[in-house]
Design a protein around this ligand. Structure first.
Ligand code: SAM
Ligand code: ZN
Length: 272
């Protein structure tokens, strides 16, 4: 059994050997790592959609160095509190990348919770699926999620794109949407090296259509870095990596120790 539905006709799947077959006989092979590739070929804008390999490898190394562990811990605490009274919940990590947070969550919620995750990048999903066999992974677009209407108790979106109508369709009435975005001071010490004038990120975001904000948490801490590799990975996983010029980078690397502000905005919305 899989939680996912056919991306072509939205009917449910039956498994036969290593293939999922929908009611209308569309076939999707289960990869050896256990994930499904449900991204229709015509939905790909490029051969390997998603972040490029350098960004992905940098993010993988940085996250595995536990630089953002406080964020993972905060999300685990928050989600366990939201579902403290519930015996069962289906949670989706949308645009999960290499599944760092998905894996942390899966290992720290009640055993019978269902955790699913998707990303448009096959390379990222392959890595994620290797790490944790309990999670339902698929390659798919956040704009066209192969899950039934009203099937999610919670959708987690960490630095990933989404479409309001799709969030509304997927999440049950009274279900939760948890988003993570950069807060004003996030990575300030890196951004001030690039920009003459640093524009702070917004303090808060508007509620997506059909949702009310029920909680907002600001998570701020100083990340103390003493390995140049960790610093470079942090830079290379961000969209402003290419804005660093050679001399700014050399100046920065000449410092032997770096204190970088991490500032996250965690917002919790409930579907009306
Ligand atoms: C900044 S990364 C964040 C990944 C992960 N949530 C994390 O925090 O480690 C953004 C992710 O969104 C994915 N992505 C971009 N466009 C997407 C789309 N249309 N559908 C699904 N994922 C998408 C990228 O492949 C990438 O893994
Ligand atoms: Zn089908």
């Amino acid at each position: 059994m899989t939680v996912f539905i056919c991306p072509l006709c939205q009917t449910s799947f039956q498994q036969k050997d290593n293939t999922q077959i929908c009611t209308n006989n569309h076939h999707f092979d289960i990869a050896k790592e256990g994930y499904l590739n449900l991204l229709p070929v015509n939905a790909k804008n490029s051969k390997n959609p998603g972040d490029n390999k350098e960004m992905m490898n940098a993010r993988r190394r940085f996250l595995n160095s536990e630089g953002y562990l406080p964020l993972a811990q905060k999300l685990i605490e928050l989600i366990n509190n939201l579902f403290a009274e519930k015996k069962q919940a289906h949670i989706l990590d949308l645009g999960c990348g290499e599944g760092y947070y998905t894996n942390q969550l899966s290992n720290n919620v009640p055993e019978n919770f269902i955790i699913s995750a998707l990303d448009i990048s096959k390379v990222a999903i392959r890595y994620a699926a290797k790490r944790n066999k309990k999670i339902n992974f698929c390659v798919a677009s956040a704009y066209d999620v192969p899950l039934p209407n009203n099937s999610l108790d919670c959708l987690l979106r960490i630095y990933a794109p989404s479409l309001d109508a799709e969030l509304q369709r997927l999440i049950k009435t009274k279900g939760y949407l948890v988003t993570v975005t950069p807060a004003p001071r996030h990575l300030f010490q890196l951004r001030e090296k690039i920009y003459d004038e640093v524009h702070e990120h917004p303090q808060e975001n508007d509620s997506p259509a059909g949702f009310s904000k029920i909680n907002q948490i600001n998570l701020a801490y100083i990340l103390s870095i003493s390995e140049a590799q960790q610093l470079q990975d942090l830079i290379n996983m961000t969209p402003f990596a290419w804005k660093f010029n050679q001399s700014a980078m050399e100046k920065l690397l000449a410092e032997k120790h770096w204190n970088i502000e991490c500032d996250f905005n965690i917002e919790v919305y409930q579907k009306k």
